[in-house]
Design a protein around this ligand. Structure first.
Ligand code: UD1
Ligand code: UDP
Length: 404
């Protein structure tokens, strides 16, 4: 029996860790699972825990209004150390690039516990963009023993940093596993507000924004572009579930409040959000996860960032990097909404991020690491999705679950 401690704390790392947790829950003959929520987020974390029916074994409950990076770090590390000392896990799994991710890996390192990093190797090579995530990722990679890279590009970034190739595995991104369970054709939204907006039967432009480096002037500039779009395209509805950070709430409310076809709503629970995504016509976002989910539906995405650590969908053409300049955001969106050929070109559904089997691959790799099994690992390759998916399912002889 191997004891695996899984650490998470915010909305995105929990969504992406959920399929891994579900896989581990099905393998009780091999693994003793310990789930640890730092609760760097509270309400937005609880929404995800509810959807995926996860009840953390430990909940550090650290979130404070307007918390700083230092307080998240300080309030997390000692608590994790105490848990690790008591539980003595054989492996700690962290996901992504949040402060929870980095501190989770650091606390494991201090106790000399091996670390597996889910979604390893994303890089912009700009330490201020995204801030502080680029550095959280790099620091986590330095500590990590098993690097689960979602794409070949991510693997190459790790190789360029002299990570031992034997410890890097291209798994695809678990965000696509979560999507495969969650999007339904006949889905009924739980939010009444959303049902009323959707009943208006207008095309939907979906917006999300929250990045620390965009707070203040860059976010204001993007909001002015969105306001201009709303005034120019009254036959579209713009839906913006606003992140609970008061700095985001203030800017969004002050610039976009009281415009009839802009709906500033509470963060949606994951199921409502991804099903709304699947019905949207265009997405404007600075989110990392949304950039990976959009291409799954073939929905054009304008990314409100100067650089992205997710270049694959930009290369395939579903995603455009538009930055934070008001004029640039407006003209790119305007062009897309007016030019059907351009829209169709962007809307061609190619998904470079996963085939829904990333968590199964990850668990297979962990089993091999502990010599519980010795199965060949077929890495994720977006150009051979069907072939590989069949192979993995046959090799592992696992039933593909359709819901949580
Ligand atoms: C964090 C991550 C970021 C990730 C984002 C996902 C770090 C440094 N940042 O950024 O990588 O993209 O989560 O959303 O790890 N708040 C609430 N309730 C919640 C969540 C947040 O009120 O459920 C408010 C609080 O005032 C909190 C603030 O938002 O202090 C900021 O939260 P924090 O986790 O520090 O940063 P995010 O911008 O959410
Ligand atoms: N998401 C959600 N509700 C929302 C907005 C986003 O559940 O109102 C989900 C979305 O589907 C994606 C994840 O949250 O899986 C992205 O989180 P976020 O944008 O907060 O963080 P990032 O991915 O930028 O780190």
């Amino acid at each position: 029996m191997k004891k695996i401690a899984v650490i998470f704390g915010t909305r995105p790392d929990t969504i992406k860790m959920a399929p891994i947790i579900k896989e581990l829950e099905h393998q009780t003959e091999h693994f003793n699972l310990i789930t640890i929520a730092t609760a760097q987020h509270r309400q937005m974390l609880d929404q995800v825990l509810d959807v995926f029916k996860i009840k953390p074994d430990y909940d550090l409950n650290i979130m404070k209004p307007l918390q700083t990076l230092a307080t998240i770090t300080k309030n997390t590390i000692e608590e994790l150390d105490i848990i690790f000392e008591k539980e003595k896990p054989d492996l700690v799994l962290v996901q992504g690039d949040t402060t929870t991710t980095f501190v989770g890996s650091l606390a494991a390192f201090y106790r000399q516990i091996p670390v597996g990093h889910i979604e390893a190797g994303l890089r912009t090579n700009d330490k201020s963009n995204p801030f502080p995530e680029e550095i959280n990722r790099r620091l986590t990679s330095t500590i990590t023993d098993l690097h689960f890279a979602p794409t070949q590009t991510a693997k190459e970034a790790l190789l360029a940093e002299n990570v031992n190739p034997k410890n890097i595995f291209v798994t695809g991104n678990t965000v696509i596993d979560a999507l495969s369970y969650s999007v339904k054709k006949d889905y009924v939204f739980s939010s009444d507000t959303l049902n009323k907006i959707i009943d208006q039967d207008k095309k939907i432009i979906l917006v999300t924004m929250h990045r620390r480096e965009n707070l203040g002037e860059p976010m204001k500039s993007a909001c002015h572009a969105i306001k201009n779009l709303a005034l120019s395209y009254k036959d579209y509805n713009i839906i913006f579930p606003v992140h609970l950070n008061p700095k985001v709430q203030d800017v969004a409310q002050s610039i976009l409040g009281n415009i009839p076809n802009i709906f500033l709503i509470e963060p949606l629970d994951y199921l409502d959000f991804v099903n709304l995504m699947s019905k949207s016509y265009l997405i404007l976002t600075d989110s990392g996860g949304v950039q990976e989910e959009g291409p799954h539906f073939g929905i054009p995405i304008l990314v409100l960032r100067e650089v992205t650590e997710r270049p694959e969908a930009v290369e395939y053409g579903t995603v455009k990097l538009v930055g934070l300049d008001e004029h640039n955001i407006f003209t790119t969106a305007d062009n897309l909404l007016n030019n059907e050929d351009e829209y169709i070109k962007m809307a061609s559904a190619v998904n470079p991020y996963g085939d829904g089997l990333s968590s199964k691959r990850t668990i297979q790799i962990i089993k091999n690491y502990f010599q519980i099994s010795n199965n060949p690992i077929i890495e994720f390759n977006p150009l051979a999705i069907n072939e590989i998916s069949d192979h993995i399912v046959l090799t592992e002889n696992l039933e593909y679950e359709n819901n949580f």
